[in-house]
Design a protein around this ligand. Sequence first.
Ligand code: FMN
Length: 369
Amino acid sequence: MSDNSVLFQPFSLGNLQLRNRIVMAPMTRNQSPANIPGDKSVEYYRKRAAGGVGLIVTEGTCVNHIAASGYPDVPYFHGEERLAGWKRVAEAVHAEGGKIAPQLWHCGGMRQAGTPPEGDVNGYTPSGMNVPGKIKRHIMSSGDISDVVQAFAQGAADAKSLGFDAVEIHGAHGYLIDQFFWEGTNQRDDGYGGSLIKRLRFAIEVIEAVRAEVGVDFPIILRWSQWKQQDFTARLVDTPAELEQFLLPLSDAGVDIFHCSQRRFWEPEFEGSGLNLAGWVRKITGKPAITVGSVGLNADFIPQPGETTFREAEPASLDELVRRMQDGEFDLVAVGRALIANPDWANLVKRNRSEELHAFEKGMLESLV
Ligand SMILES: Cc1cc2nc3c(=O)[nH]c(=O)nc-3n(C[C@H](O)[C@H](O)[C@H](O)COP(=O)(O)O)c2cc1C
């Protein structure tokens, strides 16, 4: 019988007290008609909390900006009915002993004009590009930048007043904030582009504006990734020294927890050390780090050439994860598809009943259960 107890140690950061180290990874489900999280969303998240997850990070939820969304039926984080829906979600999670943070999202150049309800509105980007070299999107003015910064701040203020426990800023996977980070899509020559430090400026303004709204005790999580949906091999930084230049200004701006997105958590980030991305982030910043990527599954989530949707995967051993956690490499671990397939994943793992875990199948994405 494996000893998974390290996953079930409580975690505490200021006012945020988690019963264990397991985080539900944010996963877009496209199941919110009129962009309202409805009864099905309430039940979906409630079940994962009842199944033992410590912290739920919701699917990406759009901040109040005309071009924040790029996909049908994603939930928004503004408007009376939508926020009322989110309040019910948070209450249901709390009633089961879980904690919850919304993932605030602006999809930037991933938006293609035509997505309802905003219709013709083009994607908003630092330099008109969703992929390097192709200028097809709207180039953000400084007025646009302040509007979006303000939209994130308002979202965070609402999260706090609705009773959420923390907020996650989506800075990963090639969406708007990451498009500012990434030289490939940020070719600005004003204060928001150029050197790495200048490419951080937009994110820093978002983080500082969020902090000004939520106060000192409300945790701010930043999700970020080297890889982009536009280019799985893209990297923001190539060495530990560059990583430090990237992280410390973000940390100083107010990030409390870094959520470090990898597709396979066991992969070392730099040559010469076994540490993964979260491991390096924790070492450099001294702040808590969340790891993610194929936890408990035998295949990563990204489609391979010829595949059109997220990959299916069978349950896999947790031994490597547990070993790294026991070594103190990272603090928290996010679980994605395994939690879609198994709402009670955390409880089954805790009780050493892993043989009861189901595989993740693509069909599971078609409905919210
Ligand atoms: C259906 C689906 C939707 C996703 N949507 C989001 C999202 O809204 N925001 C985000 O940061 N990551 C998103 N991801 C990435 C996951 O959060 C996670 O990083 C990824 O699935 C790897 O974890 P896993 O291997 O445990 O599934 C999504 C993944 C899946 C499978």
